[in-house]
Structure formats: structure tokens, C-alpha cells
Design a protein around this ligand. Structure first.
Ligand SMILES: [Zn+2]
Length: 402
């Protein structure tokens, strides 16, 4: 009887016009896939009082996460490079971790559930709650100490982006690699490699978004577990240092890793990247950074103001650009190497039709129209990330007992 019902259902679907078939597939995927977004920066707003329960000015709030069918979010506990001056990085990191625990999890316990493992993510999904995970962005937050790394792990952090735009004491960043005034290490230092090994032992994912190419290859060689790029795209499509070359993507995929595709306009589209590069406001950023060197809070405000002003020079990317990046990774490395790491609320320019977290069903539709099967989309949306998380947990278990 069950089989007959299923057959009838399939026949009905095939008989339906293509657009309504896609409509129903979009609905079914939105409901059933565990969409894991590995990079969302709303904590940078909740830490200053934004309410994730209702936050129309940001890209993320509860209602829109639900509309978008988001099943799990790695909340970015990001520390800006400006906190390095005067050693405020750990202080800021602890504040960022606290905003996830206090302003997201404790404030909305019916909506969110803390997840520390892949199994936790699946459990939360079964309870119709959004799994909340923590991803640390900016390796300078450990202030060169594996002890702080272990503290952060205990507080729930499950990945660390080795650098932000700044080279730190043990890893080179792509953000300042051409700056001769910065002391570089040629990738990871010896203690940087020890930090990767400690992350493997703890069961914390190694995130190579933002790092220099040499740091990437050093991390790939050192890590016993697969790596992720929590929010990056393809350099073959948009030639910016933050994106990955085809060679890097293929090497990452060979070791079981996943590129979590960002929706940042200048990462997915060369036109957007060129517009950002040629913006007449570029020098003002440097000016502001110098002016508010010792006042991180004022600096953040001034940058936000400038970003508003910047909007007039922006060239927006499109949903099709995001799909093109996904498709490029599929062509060179296979569907198993693809995930989603939007960078919503960490970016000012979002693609048309992918404005915020509620718009993921548009991406689902675009992928279906491009010929992706529901099974492939489910891998991209969460299956591949869960696979990496499980492998990281297995490696950790074997290292802790050996
Ligand atoms: Zn970032």
C-alpha cells in the first residue's frame, strides 16, 4: 500500500507542470534538509544589543531563519584585528562567546539549542529547533596560547578560523600577505602546526578561510582531520586573495574537506570585486583605522558609517553568481566538497534574490533548475558538513585514547 501511494505520488509529480514540480521540491527540501550555515555574524550585533528575536535591520533573525529553512548556524564569535593592540583579543572573544550563550541560546531556548557534535545538530533538528554552534574567527583570539584554545573549546567553540585579515603570531593571513611592513612566517610556524594538532585532539574543526595560500597548504599537510573553508568562494571566478584556487579546492576535497560557499558579492562576482577595489572610499578606511586605533568601539561605528556610504559604489552580485561558484566546485571537486557559509551580517553587499537568511529557498530553486537533484542539494546544505564534523570527532576520539 505504501509503495502504491509512493508510486501514485511520483506519477502525480511527473504529470505536474515543471514549475509546480519544482515548487513542491523546494518546499520539501526546505522542510527536510538540515541546512547548516557555517558562518553567520549576527553575534557582532547581538553583543551590542540587537535582538535576534526581531532584528529587521540585520540579515538574521528567528522569523527569517525559519522562513529560510535554516537548520543549524555556526554563529561566528569574531574578534577584529583591532583588538590585538593592547591585548584585548581574549576579552573580546569571551564577550562574543557570551552573547551567543546569553543573548541567543538563553533568551530563545525554544528556538535554539546548543550543538557541540554532529549528533546534537540532528537531535535539535528533530525537535524543530535551530542548532546553534560556535565558530571562532581570528586565531589571534587565543593570544598564542593553546590553553586559551582549550578554554574556548570548553565554552563550545567547534571551529577556529586560523586568521582573520591579519597575520598573527603563528599563521600568515591572505589579508596582509603583500604588506612588507608585516612580519610573515611563510605559512604556519612550528607552534602554529602544534595548534592544528591540538585542534585535532580536541575535536575542533580547522577553518582555512582568510589564511594565506601557504598557510592553507601547511594546515592541510599537518591536520589529521579534514578541513573546512567556513566562508570562501572560487578564485577562478572572482580573483581575490580570500577565495580558493582550483588547486586548493581539489586538494581540500581529496582529504575530505568542504568549501562552505559565501554569498559575499565580491567573492562570488568579479564585477563586484572590481567595483569594491576601485571604490573612492578605500583610503578613508585606512584613515579611520589609524584615527581610532585605540578605541575599538568607535572604530566599529565609524566603519559601519563608511559602509553605508559605500553602498552607492557597490555592484551587486546575483543569485546566479552564487550558483556559478557552487557549480564550479562541483565540476572540479565533486558535490561532496560543497557546503554553505553565507557570511550574512558579516558582509554589507548581498546578491539579488539572496538578501538575507530567509532567501535560501531561492537558492534551492536555482539549483533544482540547474539540474541538481534533491539528494545533491541535501549534501550541499548539510550532509557534507555533518560528514566532516563526524570525521573530526572520530580523529579526536582516536587521539584522546592513544
Ligand atoms: Zn570572515
Amino acid at each position: 500500500m505504501y509503495r502504491l501511494t509512493l508510486m501514485l505520488f511520483a506519477v502525480t509529480l511527473l504529470a505536474a507542470p515543471k514549475s509546480s514540480r519544482i515548487d513542491s521540491e523546494v518546499r520539501s527540501i526546505t522542510k527536510s534538509a538540515i541546512l547548516i550555515d557555517t558562518h553567520n555574524d549576527i553575534p557582532s550585533f547581538t553583543v551590542d544589543g540587537a535582538d535576534i528575536g526581531n532584528s529587521p535591520k540585520t540579515h538574521t533573525d528567528v522569523k527569517r531563519l525559519r522562513e529560510g529553512g535554516v537548520g543549524a548556524v555556526f554563529f561566528s564569535v569574531y574578534v577584529g584585528a583591532n583588538y590585538v593592540e593592547g591585548n584585548h583579543s581574549a576579552n573580546r572573544e569571551l564577550q562574543m562567546i557570551d552573547t551567543v550563550h546569553s543573548d541567543i541560546l538563553a533568551r530563545y531556548p525554544r528556538e535554539f539549542k546548543l550543538a557541540l557534535t554532529a549528533a546534537d545538530v540532528e537531535k535539535a533538528h528533530k525537535q524543530h529547533r535551530i542548532a546553534a554552534l560556535l565558530g571562532l574567527e581570528g586565531g589571534h583570539a587565543i593570544e598564542d596560547s593553546p590553553r586559551l584554545l582549550r578554554d574556548y573549546y570548553r565554552l563550545g567553540v567547534r571551529y577556529m578560523t586560523l586568521t582573520h585579515v591579519n597575520t598573527n603570531g603563528w599563521a600568515d593571513s591572505s589579508g596582509d600577505i603583500d604588506d612588507p611592513s608585516v612580519a610573515h612566517h611563510n605559512g604556519l610556524t612550528t607552534s602554529g602546526k602544534d595548534i592544528i594538532r591540538e585542534m585535532n585532539r580536541l575535536g575542533m574543526m580547522v577553518d582555512i578561510s582568510h589564511v594565506s595560500d601557504k598557510t592553507f597548504y601547511d594546515a592541510l599537510e599537518t591536520s589529521q582531520a579534514p578541513l573546512i573553508a567556513s566562508h570562501s568562494d572560487c578564485r577562478a571566478i572572482s580573483n581575490v586573495p580570500r577565495n580558493m584556487t582550483d588547486e586548493m579546492i581539489v586538494a581540500l576535497a581529496k582529504k575530505g574537506g568542504v568549501v562552505q560557499m559565501s554569498v559575499n558579492c565580491s567573492f562570488v562576482s568579479q564585477k563586484s570585486a572590481d567595483a569594491a577595489k576601485n571604490s573612492p572610499l578605500k583610503d578613508r578606511y585606512k584613515q579611520i583605522r589609524d584615527q581610532f586605533k585605540n578605541d575599538p568601539a568607535e572604530l566599529q561605528k565609524a566603519i559601519a558609517q563608511l559602509e553605508d556610504e559605500e553602498k552607492q559604489y557597490e555592484v551587486r552580485a546575483s543569485l546566479a553568481d552564487v550558483v556559478a561558484n557552487i557549480d564550479h566546485v562541483k565540476q572540479i571537486a565533486g558535490v561532496e566538497a560543497i557546503g554553505i557559509g553565507s557570511d550574512f551580517d558579516g558582509i554589507t553587499c548581498t546578491p539579488t534574490d539572496l538578501d538575507d537568511v530567509s532567501k535560501f529557498p531561492n537558492l534551492t530553486r536555482a539549483l533544482l533548475e540547474k539540474g541538481y537533484t534533491p539528494a545533491e542539494i541535501k549534501k550541499i546544505y548539510g550532509g557534507n558538513t555533518l560528514r566532516v564534523m563526524r570525521q573530526v570527532e572520530r580523529v579526536s576520539a582516536s587521539l584522546r585514547t592513544s
